[in-house]
Ligand binder design. Structure first.
Ligand SMILES: C[S@@+](CC[C@H](N)C(=O)[O-])C[C@H]1O[C@@H](n2cnc3c(N)ncnc32)[C@H](O)[C@@H]1O
Length: 264
């Protein structure tokens, strides 16, 4: 029993080490990832300063959509019924699927895209491509919109067939994928686009990276536009909304940390 556990532990560690060694075959990306990793683990710890929220301060995703878009629940339910089943049914055979957005985040991005018919959406953190898929699906139904996604592959994402591999080719005509750290790509992209309708953060959830992405994207988001963030696990989101004098909403989802929304 003990020997077996040691054997499993050893093979897991070996697998992880091999994964990291393989990853360093692309020195430029590996360097960017390593710098962020150090920032996360040593300089600004990932979940430093827990926000003081509890279950009763979190609201349901449909109520949040109702409140921010002023759409009634009947209409929201109608759109939700069109949300493709295959986007929410989890298939455990797909590699790194567990990294994908929760049902709640996928539905929020789908329903809000359907409702406000955005021209431009920018997201950070593609992974397998669940949120990208939901947004692109809604844009294709709207016959309007373009999605710009940024992803910095990590040793874990290198395990996937490719970044955004869940997204069907038929939806990719409205999609640009930019590879690299959001800190490097986001400022140039936003200055080229000038105005965006929605910004979604789902990349590295460290305090410094979240705050950086919120602050960088904010001036490009149109009035009445949306800032949506996964994993409100530290004070970055709440500090940011207070500093800008904006109300924020925290939404319950099927994992430890909530989703945040600020309407500009
Ligand atoms: C939680 S996953 C995103 C899941 C995705 N939104 C979905 O619904 O499937 C986080 C992704 O962020 C990427 N990432 C990590 N640090 C990043 C950074 N600094 N800039 C851009 N992407 C980053 C990781 O490679 C990973 O693919």
């Amino acid at each position: 029993m003990i020997l077996n556990s040691l054997r499993v532990l050893f093979s897991l560690r070996l697998k992880k080490t091999i994964q990291i060694i393989k990853f360093f075959h692309n020195p430029k990306l590996a360097y960017s990832w390593f710098i962020e990793f150090i920032d996360d683990k040593v300089i600004t710890k990932r979940h430093q300063k827990y926000t003081n929220f509890n279950d009763s301060s979190l609201i349901d995703y449909k109520k949040a959509i109702n409140f921010t878009t002023k759409t009634n629940l009947v209409e929201i339910n109608k759109i939700e019924n069109k949300f493709p089943d295959f986007l929410s049914s989890k298939n455990k055979n797909i590699p790194n699927y567990s990294w994908a957005a929760t049902n709640e985040l996928a539905k929020i991005t789908y329903i809000i895209t359907k409702l406000i018919k955005p021209k431009i959406v920018v997201e950070t953190g593609v992974g397998p491509g669940m949120t990208s898929w939901s947004i692109l699906k809604a844009m294709s139904e709207n016959k309007k919109g373009h999605l710009y996604s940024i992803d910095l592959p990590t040793p874990n994402t290198k395990n996937m067939p490719e970044v955004g591999y869940l997204i069907p080719n038929s939806l990719k005509n409205r999609w640009n994928l930019l590879i690299g750290p959001s800190k490097k790509i986001l400022p140039n992209l936003l200055s080229e686009l000038s105005n965006i309708d929605i910004f979604i953060h789902d990349s590295r959830h460290s305090f410094s990276n979240q705050l950086y992405e919120y602050e960088t994207s904010w001036s490009s988001i149109k009035n009445q536009g949306f800032l949506i963030s996964d994993d409100i696990s530290n004070d970055a989101f709440i500090n940011f909304s207070k500093k800008n004098g904006k109300d924020h909403i925290l939404i319950k989802q099927n994992k430890k940390f909530p989703i945040g929304i600020i309407k500009k």
